[in-house]
Design a protein around this ligand. Structure first.
Ligand code: ZN
Length: 642
C-alpha cells in the first residue's frame, strides 16, 4: 500500500475503494468481498464467507496501516434459520458456558450470545468466535449474563435489540460526517469551558479546531449550583458539534445528554459499554423520581431512546476517528465502573489533549487506578474535587476496618446499620468490603439489604468484570466466584418489603442517596434514627445544604419532609462518618498524578472543584510541576492551546 495512506484521513468513498482493493489483493479470493461500508467510525466488510478474512494477519495488517477498526460480517448468513443457528452454536460451545439467551439481529447480521461463563464462548484467543462465524454466518457478540436478575437490564436489552435497525441507519449517516472531505482550514485549537469550571456539577468542555468541534461531557448541576451547562453561549453551536464524549455515568457528567437530543442533536455520543448501560439506568431513574415527586422532567423516554440509538461504544485502548482531524481513545479512569479518561489526538495540529473526567489514582477493591501513560500529551484537563488543603483520604484498609468494627458493635447490641450510599460505585465498593468480611468471619451472620437503584446498578457490575479490578477479575475468572452475589445480600423490592426490614431484626441496609437527599435512604433514616441501638454510617461526600451534611455535623434534631408533611426526627442513633471510600483522587493523588503522568503536558487546566479548593490546588500544582502552564479557567472562558 502507498506510504501516504498510513493513518491518513480519507473521505468515505475513497476509504471504501482502498479497503475493497486491498482486501481483494490480500484475500486472494476476489469474489469474497461483496461490499465495504462505513458505520460510525468503523469499517464494515460484508463478505460471502467472513471466516476467510476473520483473524487473518492480512486483515490485522490492513487495520493497523489504516489505523481503523475493521469489522467483518456475512453478506448473507449461512444458516438463515435461527433455530438451526442456535442448534449449531450449542453444538460448538461447551455446556459449561451456560448460555442463557441467544438473540439474532438480522439487520446487523449479529447474534448476541448471553452466557454465564463467557470464556467458553470466546474460546482460546477467540477461536470459538471464528468457528461460530464460519459455521453459522452470524457474527457473535458475547455478553456476560448478569448473575443477578434485573428487570432494568432486560428492558435495556429489549431497547437495544429493538433499536438495532435505527442504530445501523444512524451509524451510516454519522460515518459520512466523520469521513467527510476535510476543509483543510488551520485555525488554533480552542478550549471553551461551558460547565464545571470553578464548580462541581454540569461538566461540559468544548474543544474546537477550526475543522471540527467536540464536547467532553454533558452534565447537569447537582446540589445548589447552576443546572445546565452554558449551551446558550455564542461560541456554542449544536449543529457544529461532531461528537459528544462522555467519561462516565454520573448525572453531573451525563445528565444533559437528553437535552442535546431534545434540541436536535443527531450526532454520536461515545461511551464505554458499561457507561451506556449505567446512563440509561440513571436517566430512567431520574424520570421515575420526577414523576413520583410530581415535577416534570426536562426530557422524556423519546430522548433516552434517541440517545441510546446514537451511542457508539468503545473499549479502553481502542482508537477511532471521530472527525476529519480528531482521534479518540478511552483509558481506565478508576472512578466508577466504565469510567474513562478521554484522549484526543488532534492530527491537524499534532496536539494531544487528555480530559480526566472524574478519576482516582489508587487501586480499590472494585477498580484499578487510572492510567497515567499515553503515547503523546500536550494538554491535560484535570478534575480536582478533592484538591483542598485538608483533602487527604486515609488508606482504604483503615476505612474498611473502621466500617467493619462499627457494624460489629451495632449489630452486637441488637441494632440496625444504615449506610446511605450512591447507587453507582460506592454501594458496590461497600458490598465487596462486606462480602470479604463475611468470608473471613469478621461479621456476624445478619442480612444485608440493598434498596433502590443499587440492585440494578450492581447487576450491571456483574455483567462487566473485564472493567473491574484485578481483585474482582481474579475471583470471577480464576475462582469462578461472583463477588457480588453472596447469600447474605438480598434486594428490597417493594414498600412492604422495606417495612419488613425496618420492623425486622438486626441488619445492614444499603440505600441511596448517599447524602440523604431523596431515595429510600431518607425513609430508613426517618424510621431508624430515633433508636440509640441503631447506627447511621456515612461513606460519601456530604455537600453543603444536604440532610447528610447536617447529620454529619452533629445535628440531634432535623426536619424531614414526608408524606404527612414536615416531621421532626430526634437523632439518637450513632452517627459516624467513614472517610476513605472516595471515588476521586485526593490532594496527594492529584499531585502525584501530575508528577508521573507521561509524557509531561505543557498546559494543565484545573476543573471540577469548589473555587477555594481549585485555588489551593492551583498554587500547589504550580510549585510542584515547574515549567508547566497551570490554568484554572472560569466558566465561558475560551483558551487557545495550540
Ligand atoms: Zn463522577
Amino acid at each position: 500500500m502507498q506510504e501516504t495512506l498510513r493513518g491518513q484521513h480519507l473521505p468515505a468513498d475513497q476509504i471504501k475503494r482502498v479497503v475493497k482493493r486491498e482486501l481483494q489483493r490480500l484475500g486472494k479470493n476476489g469474489e469474497n468481498v461483496k461490499k465495504v461500508d462505513l458505520e460510525g467510525p468503523f469499517i464494515v466488510v460484508y463478505a460471502a464467507d467472513p471466516a476467510v478474512l476473520v483473524g487473518t494477519p492480512e486483515l490485522a495488517e490492513l487495520a493497523r496501516t489504516l489505523k481503523k477498526k475493521i469489522v467483518v460480517l456475512s453478506e448473507k448468513p449461512k444458516l438463515e434459520s435461527e433455530s438451526e443457528a442456535i442448534a449449531k452454536i450449542k453444538e460448538l460451545v461447551p455446556e459449561r458456558a451456560e448460555i442463557v439467551d441467544v438473540i439474532f439481529v438480522k439487520e446487523t447480521r449479529e447474534v448476541y450470545i448471553m452466557a454465564k461463563r463467557t470464556g467458553y464462548v470466546v474460546g482460546k484467543a477467540g477461536s470459538k468466535l471464528t468457528e461460530i462465524l464460519r459455521e453459522t454466518g452470524w457474527k457473535p457478540v458475547v455478553i456476560r449474563a448478569p448473575t443477578m436478575q434485573s428487570t432494568f437490564l432486560e428492558t435495556l436489552q429489549r431497547l437495544l435489540v429493538g433499536g438495532a435497525v435505527e442504530r445501523k441507519r444512524n451509524m451510516r449517516r454519522m460515518a459520512l460526517r466523520i469521513y467527510r472531505e476535510p476543509l483543510g482550514l488551520r485555525r488554533g485549537i480552542y478550549i471553551t469551558f461551558l460547565g464545571g469550571a470553578r464548580e462541581v456539577g454540569r461538566s461540559s468542555v468544548m474543544v474546537s479546531t477550526g475543522e471540527s468541534s467536540v464536547l467532553l461531557d454533558a452534565g447537569i448541576g447537582v446540589g445548589s449550583g447552576e443546572f445546565f451547562p452554558r449551551y446558550d453561549s455564542p461560541d456554542f453551536d449544536l449543529d457544529n458539534i461532531d461528537a459528544v464524549i462522555v467519561t462516565h455515568a454520573h448525572l453531573d457528567h451525563a445528565g444533559a445528554l437528553p437535552l442535546l437530543y431534545k434540541y436536535g442533536y443527531r450526532g454520536p455520543v461515545y461511551v464505554t459499554r458499561p457507561t451506556r448501560d449505567l446512563i440509561a439506568l440513571l436517566l430512567y431513574d431520574y424520570m421515575n423520581l420526577s414523576k413520583r415527586t410530581g415535577s416534570i422532567p426536562f426530557f422524556s423516554e423519546r430522548e433516552v431512546r434517541l440517545l441510546l440509538n446514537h451511542m457508539i461504544t468503545l473499549n479502553y485502548g481502542e482508537t477511532v476517528d471521530i472527525s476529519p482531524d480528531i482521534k479518540l481513545t478511552f483509558y481506565n479512569a478508576g472512578h466508577i465502573l466504565g469510567s474513562a479518561l478521554a484522549h484526543l489526538n488532534i492530527v491537524s495540529h499534532r496536539h494531544n489533549i487528555l480530559y480526566t473526567g472524574d478519576f482516582r489514582f489508587r487501586n480499590t477493591r472494585l477498580l484499578n487506578r487510572a492510567v497515567s501513560k499515553f503515547p503523546k500529551l500536550e494538554t491535560l484537563i484535570m478534575e480536582c474535587t478533592y484538591g483542598g488543603e485538608k483533602d487527604v483520604i486515609p488508606p482504604l484498609a483503615d476505612a474498611e476496618g473502621q466500617l467493619i468494627s462499627l457494624i460489629e458493635e451495632t449489630i452486637g447490641s441488637g441494632g440496625k446499620v444504615l449506610i446511605p450510599a450512591l447507587s453507582v460505585g460506592r454501594a458496590q465498593e461497600i458490598l465487596l468490603t462486606l462480602v470479604k468480611a463475611f468470608g473471613e468471619g469478621r461479621l456476624p451472620d445478619v442480612p444485608v439489604y440493598i434498596d433502590g437503584m443499587i440492585y440494578d446498578a450492581t447487576a450491571i457490575h456483574t455483567a462487566y468484570p473485564d472493567y473491574l479490578s484485578n481483585y474482582v477479575r481474579e475471583k470471577v475468572f480464576k475462582e469462578d466466584e461472583d463477588p457480588f452475589t453472596e447469600p447474605h445480600i438480598s434486594p428490597v423490592r417493594s414498600p412492604d418489603e422495606r417495612e419488613a426490614v425496618i420492623e425486622g431484626g438486626p441488619s445492614i441496609i444499603l440505600a441511596p442517596s448517599g447524602m440523604l437527599e431523596g431515595g429510600p435512604s431518607v425513609e430508613y433514616f426517618r424510621r431508624l434514627a430515633g433508636d440509640p441501638k441503631n447506627a447511621v454510617i456515612l461513606v460519601s461526600y456530604q455537600p453543603e445544604g444536604t440532610l447528610g451534611r447536617r447529620v454529619r455535623d452533629g445535628a440531634r434534631r432535623v426536619e424531614i419532609l414526608s408524606n404527612s408533611g414536615v416531621e421532626v426526627v430526634e437523632i439518637r442513633a450513632l452517627v459516624a462518618s467513614v472517610e476513605g471510600f472516595s471515588a476521586h483522587a485526593d490532594k496527594v493523588q492529584l499531585l502525584s498524578y501530575l508528577n508521573v503522568v507521561n509524557p509531561r503536558p505543557r498546559t494543565v487546566f484545573l476543573v471540577h472543584g469548589e473555587p477555594k479548593k481549585i485555588s489551593a490546588f492551583h498554587s500547589l500544582a504550580a510549585r510542584s510541576i515547574r515549567g508547566v502552564r497551570v490554568i484554572s479557567p472560569h466558566i465561558l472562558e475560551r483558551i487557545k492551546v495550540a
